[in-house]
Ligand binder design. Sequence first.
Ligand code: AMP
Length: 470
Amino acid sequence: MTAPASTSQDFASLSLTPAALANLKLLGYEQMTPIQAASLPIALLGKDLIAQAKTGSGKTAAFALALLSNLNARRFAVQSLVLCPTRELADQVTQEIRRLARAEENIKVVTLCGGVAMRGQIASLEHGAHIVVGTPGRIMDHLQRGYLKLDALNTLVLDEADRMLDMGFFDDIAVVARQCPTERQTLLFSATYPEGIAKISQQFMRQPQTVTVAAQHDSNKIRQRWYQVRESERLHAVSAVLNHYRPASTLAFCNTKVQCRELVQVLKAQGFSALALYGELEQRERDQVLVQFSNRSCSVLVATDVAARGLDISQLEMVINVDVTPDAEVHIHRIGRTGRADEEGWAISLASMNEMGSVGKIEQLQKIESEWHKLEELTPASKEPLVPPMVTLQIVGGRKEKIRAGDVLGALTGDAGFTREQVGKINVNEFSTYVALDRSIANEALQKLTVGKVKGKSVRVRLLDDESLA
Ligand code: AMP
């Protein structure tokens, strides 16, 4: 059954508490996004829902407001569970739920993902959690060992369900869903509808309503251009695009992991700062790649669709489709990562004769004709190489050593004498801290921190991409 989209965009038209509405104002959420306007009236009635939505659409708030309205803060038991495909997404979802939960009294949200020690997670659960967000494998672990109990659960959310299926999580989702009370609300969010979604809905949902918002982007914000290439030209065409448009941050999509690796080699050989993100990286490597890209010390992130899922990186000037995807919905999803909010973005696609069938499918879905350009038009806009504005400095030591972002900022702006503006994003992970530094001060900051102190202690530091600093 498909529900008609709601007409009102105003949060006040929903049955939310005055405190929740005031908090939304504080967060600067003036109006509902289309997916929120379509989903929330149904979800707030307690109905099961399948919603088509991608990262950046405001989908997290669409389910978070619903699960918060089902929650009784005085009841110390897990009442909502959100399953996500990746740890990055789980972290983002947790943050958004915490922001939205500020309106209520003390609501505890716990993240349970793989790649992190169980002990801390067990302790957090023992302290009491109202909402759990996590990846299916680790949630199963906690269920099987008896640390997590779901008998008081009233809302189950499957976020980015298509990606969870891609990653082979169907059986884990099934095990988790069977442990939830049958009297519950299930909300499923997915960018695309592969077959497995119907299977989940038949087995684990009760007469779900389906909402979709048009898979179109604001075409004024995303400028799309296509270049026809021969296979032999494809990878070099990427560097020609980068030299011509000179975007500070680019996400380049390849269809295979092998292509990702080859492209990174070609780009590095030409002096670009590029990193690859694909399924088989260890968690620590993945974290480092993401930190460097999101803090602007790497110009190009080369990724497969599966690996890029769940990333929410703002300030992305360009998306390059190095290979055309055979799935038109995936194309829409890829290019939607640029041109967010008030910014404009470029979506550049390279297509060979063999891919014209896929290009046709994309044109049909987008209902716009492709704008074709010639490779010869791509001329370098500058003689200078394209270098990222920042450099990442790694400090050995993180949350385990009780390092906080403020300590690092203090060390750099205090004794070392740098300004706040010369220091970028600071990420404190469990065992490491990553600081983005203005490229011009990176070497000096390295020297000063090597002999200096953070939080009164000597620390080991290194620059993550020292090759490009020479
Ligand atoms: P999401 O698709 O859930 O990853 O959300 C994308 C971004 O939009 C997040 O940074 C949210 O905080 C923000 N957001 C969600 N809903 C709204 C809204 N109604 N108005 C403004 N920003 C929003």
